[in-house]
Ligand binder design. Structure first.
Ligand SMILES: Nc1ncnc2c1ncn2[C@@H]1O[C@H](COP(=O)(O)OP(=O)(O)OP(=O)(O)O)[C@@H](O)[C@H]1O
Ligand SMILES: [Mg+2]
Length: 347
């Protein structure tokens, strides 16, 4: 999708703070020419120089220049100012984390719809040769009509030739080393936790498995305070890795850690209530130690959990409740100017 170059003057003063993250803030505004409500994601420049451009904004622009899918947030363009680069995006209601704060876990029929939307977006992303690398509830956006789409492509990167037709920019071969400092810890896959710099789409699929548990229970599945603790929680849930993932012994940090051997725990206990056989089988097929054994996004969409005979419900009602409450968005005083609501760039 080709992106437009905008200028600050194309937009009204910001009305609300839609959210903020480690790179900047997201403000609601209106495009003056069209009257369209937009989300302006402002990424702060850590230092100002004519040649400097923040890598996260670069990754995000690069990703959006080749992605165009109903389950991926639309990005229409970009503009820059001395201290910020701003992406112009569709304005969504809230993120999935906010939605979860309004419900103590979703029923399976609702979770099915949300997970299907996420997998459709991810399947397109992987098909285009990109790994998202930061799937988590606060990076999944929810539209007012209850549709869900992938947001925050600030860590996304190509993993094979294919994205950006005719270009090999950013392409890495199978053995290229990628950074292990990706994905928020609670969603971080075992291969990354064991220090591997060779990974691909399965890291996103692990995160979807973690997210699926969170959607159903309203709580994180494995909330480790350090990488070591994260791994030990996973061992307690899935059992020791060696039996189902022989290659674990070749992971860079395998010899640096040791865990008491243990059998897998019962996933239905973590899910509480009485989960269906389909959802247990679906989540188990994502939360696999061995990345090669995890479902791909395409295969996940064909799993019996998505059998057309099973009920699927929209979260539109929940979205309407959120919209009518003030919690989803932080309102700003009407008179406030664009600059004055901008917090300081992160150190
Ligand atoms: N298009 C949008 N519409 C509505 N809200 C949005 C939109 N984009 C982002 N947000 C909100 O702003 C928050 C921060 O946005 P985003 O995750 O893109 O920024 P970030 O700085 O890259 O975050 P992170 O801390 O994950 O690195 C999101 O969690 C979400 O609540
Ligand atoms: Mg984010």
């Amino acid at each position: 999708m080709s992106l437009c170059i905008y200028s600050r003057e194309d937009f009204s003063e910001a009305r609300r703070l839609l959210g903020h993250g480690s790179y900047g803030e997201v403000l609601e505004s209106t495009e003056i020419r069209t009257g369209e409500v937009v989300a302006l994601k402002r990424v702060f420049l850590r230092f100002v120089s004519p040649t400097y451009f923040p890598i996260s904004a670069f990754r995000e622009i690069q990703a959006h220049s080749c992605l165009n899918h109903p389950n991926i947030v639309s990005c229409w363009g970009v503009f820059s100012e001395p201290h910020t680069v701003t992406l112009v995006m569709e304005a969504c209601l809230c993120d999935l984390n906010t939605l979860m704060e309004h419900s103590l876990g979703l029923a399976e029929d609702k979770a099915r719809g949300v997970l299907r939307d996420i997998l459709l977006g991810l399947s397109n992303c992987h098909e285009m040769g990109l790994i998202h690398r930061d799937i988590k509830s606060s990076n999944i956006l929810v539209r007012e009509n209850g549709e869900v789409c992938l947001g925050d492509f600030g860590l996304a990167r190509p993993y094979r030739r294919g994205c950006l037709a005719g270009s090999s920019g950013g392409w890495e071969g199978k053995d290229a080393q990628l950074t292990a400092q990706v994905t928020s810890r609670w969603y971080r896959s075992p291969e990354i936790l064991f220090g591997s710099g060779v990974y691909g789409p399965p890291i996103d699929m692990w995160a979807v498995g973690v997210l699926a548990v969170e959607l159903l229970t309203g709580k994180p599945w494995a909330a480790g305070g350090s990488d070591l603790e994260q791994l030990s929680i996973i061992v307690a849930q899935l059992g020791s890795p060696e039996k189902t993932w022989p290659d674990v012994v070749n992971m860079p940090d395998y010899s640096k850690v040791s865990f008491t051997p243990c059998p897998p725990a019962d996933l239905s206990v973590a899910l509480g209530g009485s989960p269906s056989i389909e959802i247990l089988s679906f989540i188990s097929a994502l939360l696999k130690w061995d990345p090669a054994a995890r479902l791909t996004a395409e295969a996940a969409l064909k799993h019996p959990f998505f059998d057309p005979s099973l009920p699927i419900s929209s979260i539109a009602g929940l979205c309407a409740e959120i919209k009518s409450s003030s919690a989803a968005r932080t309102s700003l005083p009407k008179s406030i100017s664009f600059e004055s609501i901008t917090c300081q760039p992160p150190e």
